[in-house]
Write a protein that binds this ligand. Structure first.
Ligand SMILES: [Zn+2]
Length: 114
């Protein structure tokens, strides 16, 4: 094979690989994946709210309770009721943080102070 033909063949393969990866990426980027995960998470929380299982005091609702990282059963939140009862020890840290920043939207908004 002539040297020119070899270079042309290699260039073609490289170009094809670059184009294929551009149009059909083998791995999605971290950012694409993150957006997908967060969308899925927030639509799952919306479902839980619609089903009456998620009584959060902030908007958008906390994710900590949904993920089961607080005292409630997985997929549920009761932070709003705890604020209404003045039982702030049972409000999840994510909600407490938001309350401290003034983002509380509790049904008992007069109690939105920790
Ligand atoms: Zn919460």
């Amino acid at each position: 094979m002539k040297k020119e033909h070899l270079i042309a063949a290699i260039s073609f393969v490289l170009l094809a690989a670059i184009l294929l990866n551009f149009y059909f990426p083998l791995q999605e980027s971290f950012e694409d994946r993150r957006v997908k995960v967060l969308k899925e998470l927030s639509s799952s929380i919306e479902d839980a709210v619609a089903q009456g299982k998620y009584h959060c005091c902030i908007n958008p609702p906390c994710t900590m309770c949904y993920l089961g990282n607080w005292i409630w059963e997985d997929g549920t939140c009761n932070c709003d009721a705890m604020i209404a009862q003045g039982d702030f020890d049972k409000v999840c840290p994510q909600c407490v943080k938001a309350i401290e920043k003034g983002e509380c939207e509790s049904t008992e908004s007069t109690l939105c102070e920790v």
